[in-house]
Structure formats: C-alpha cells, structure tokens
Design a protein around this ligand. Structure first.
Ligand code: KG4
Ligand code: ZN
Length: 330
C-alpha cells in the first residue's frame, strides 16, 4: 500500500491540488487562484468559477505530481471535496476525480470541506492536542466546534446568516476597498479608533453567531455619515467582530475542557484576532494553535489529510452520491 493521497478541492474559487502522505507531510500543494477573475464583481461569480476550474484542473493536477516527483500509479487514493460549496464548482472536481479514479484504478473518497478545515492545523506537523475547541472563520463558514479526537466532532454553534469573512468582504466593498476585503479592512482598521458603537449581534447567545445585522449597521452608518473617517469605521467594525468571536470562544473554553484552541479559515490571518485569541488563551491556560496561513485558506492538502482519516477509520463516502448530505455530516 502506498501512503500518498491526491487531494482535489474545487468548492469555491480556488482550484487546489495536493499530494500528502499518511503523516500529513505535504509533498506538493498547488493553488490556482481566481481572485483576478472575480475581483471586478466584488465577490465570486459562480458560473465563471466553474468554467475556470474546468480550464485549470488538469494542468494543476499535472503540476502537483511534477512538483512532488510522484506518478499517479504511486498514489493510494483520491480524496475530493464533496461539499459544502458552489455546486457547479464542486462538480468539476468530483467528475475529474471520478474519471481519474476509473482511469487509474484508484479509490475515490468524497470529503466534507469543513472536516478538511478542521484538520488543516495538523498539516506538516501534529499541532493540535485533543480535546480541542476550534473556531472556523472563513469566507464561506463560521462556527465553533469541539473535537474530542479526530473523529468525534460536535458543532457548538454556527452563524445564522453571514460568515465572518463574507461580512469583512461586504464591509470592504462599502468602504471602496478591493476584493477580498478582509486584509484591506484590517489594514485600514489599524489606522483608526474604534469609537463608533456598532452592535455585537447575539452576544448573549452562548455559541450562535449572526453578522448580517452588523453589516447593515455599518451600511446605515455610512449612509447617514458620509464624512465619517473610514479608518474609524473599519476599526469599530473589527472591534465589534472581535468582541463577538472572543466572547463565544471564551464560552466554549469555559464549558468544554480543551488542551488546544485552534483557529482555522482565512480570517485567522487577522492580526487583531490572533492578538486577542492569545490573550484569551493565556487567561484560560489553553494552548493557542494557529496553523501557517497557507493551510488556513482553502487548499487541497487539508482535503488529502482528511482522506487519510477516512481510510484509517474505514469510512467510505461515495463522492457524487453524497453531494446532497447535510453540511455537518462529516
Ligand atoms: O478560508 P478562506 O480562504 O476561504 C473560504 O473557505 O471561504 O477565507 C477567505 C476569507 C475572505 O472572506 C477574506 O476576506 C478573509 O478570509 N480574510 C481575512 C483576512 N485575510 C483573509 N479576514 C480578516 N482579516 C484578514 N487579514
Ligand atoms: Zn473553505
């Protein structure tokens, strides 16, 4: 038995391919970004995303094999994101995986994208000590989870509407910043004062999130105060988001005994979040686990690592037939 998995991830706007072995060692990881295609729309245009995946997927797979110095016959299986995500984008990855699996006579396993994110912190080296509390903050999702071990995952709370990343992107657009707005909003926030009292939605709910009201509050404020200092708006918005994320993470750490507190997803790049999470972990005497950023944003290495979990635990998910499963079925 070989110990290399080909991971394929096309759930959103990146065509990502990786080869990973059973220790989580990444032999190659290639991400073909579509930011240039979508930036003119200020968000992802699903039809363009799927068409771009069709163009890039085979050359990207080829490149990943070349970089790793591995041949298709040397792999054990193919792991491919089966959801959640944009259906037209997912289908490009799934059909490619199934076709290659038939041609190469390799098993194809459908992987939950969110399980990939949850496991991303263990790529390249084992970082997470279980039981762990995990905050996932990406462009597509926001939730707190508790993992007793790699196969015992409980979702503590999720967002009722927008994700954190999406909210950053929309506020970025309101402020006239380039897509994706997260990094630009963060940079602007550093120059401002958090002196505007934006709401902290659902602050009294233990683990549930909501961000659409905050987004509307920023929009209303900008309409009523066109001369407001944009940096102050950004700083006040970021502070409101941080207060909510840290309060609920604190609730989770108080209620669930954890050795690690892990933050994954693109918003984990936020320096404000990193700083405030560190303070929280010092207070709660929990180890803060922040994986390198390249594993926080969408990538296929995390999908390949999750595929290893399925193989070791003897779970087999049919890639296509399982497309309609609830998002938190791992
Ligand atoms: O995990 P990710 O790459 O893609 C999804 O799975 O959705 O996350 C992308 C999100 C975008 O919304 C982007 O604005 C946000 O992560 N992001 C940030 C920062 N860098 C990226 N948000 C806040 N601060 C940042 N520095
Ligand atoms: Zn993602």
């Amino acid at each position: 038995m070989s110990d290399i998995i080909l991971g394929i991830e096309t759930s959103c706007d990146d065509t990502a391919i990786a080869l990973v072995n059973s220790n989580g060692e990444v032999l190659s990881s290639v991400v073909s970004s579509q930011v240039d295609i979508h930036s003119e729309y200020g968000g992802i245009y699903p039809e363009h995303a799927a068409r771009a995946h069709i163009h890039t997927i085979l050359p990207t797979i080829d490149l990943a094999f070349k970089k790793a110095g591995v041949k298709p016959q040397n792999i054990e299986a193919i792991g491919v994101t089966r959801g959640p995500g944009l259906i037209s984008s997912l289908l490009v990855g799934l059909n490619t995986a199934v076709g290659l699996g038939m041609g190469w006579n390799k098993k194809v396993i459908g992987i939950n994208h969110l399980r990939g994110h949850l496991r991303s912190a263990d790529l390249e080296q084992q970082r997470v000590k279980y039981p762990a509390t995990i905050l996932l903050v990406s462009g597509g999702h926001t939730f707190l989870a508790y993992m007793k071990d790699i196969n015992d995952i409980s979702i503590l709370g999720t967002t009722r509407d927008d994700s954190v990343g999406e909210t950053y992107d929309k506020v970025g657009r309101m402020l006239g910043l380039a897509y994706p707005g997260g990094p630009a909003v963060d940079r602007l926030a550093k120059e401002g004062n958090p002196n505007i009292a934006f709401p902290r939605p659902l602050l009294n709910s233990k683990f549930e999130f909501s961000f659409s009201g905050l987004k509307s509050a920023v929009s209303r404020f900008l309409a009523a105060n066109p001369d407001a200092l944009q940096a102050d708006v950004a700083a006040s918005f970021v502070q409101a988001v941080m207060d909510v994320l840290i309060k609920k993470s604190h609730n989770a750490l108080k209620n669930y005994r954890s050795k690690s507190f892990v933050i994954v997803g693109g918003v984990a790049a936020s320096p404000q979040l990193r700083q405030q999470a560190e303070k929280l972990c010092n207070k709660m005497k929990v180890e803060l686990c922040l994986p390198p950023l390249k594993w926080s944003t969408d990538n296929a290495a995390m999908i390949a690592l999750a595929t290893w979990d399925y193989i070791k635990l003897n779970i087999h998910k049919e890639p296509i037939a399982q497309l309609q499963l609830p998002i938190f079925e791992f």
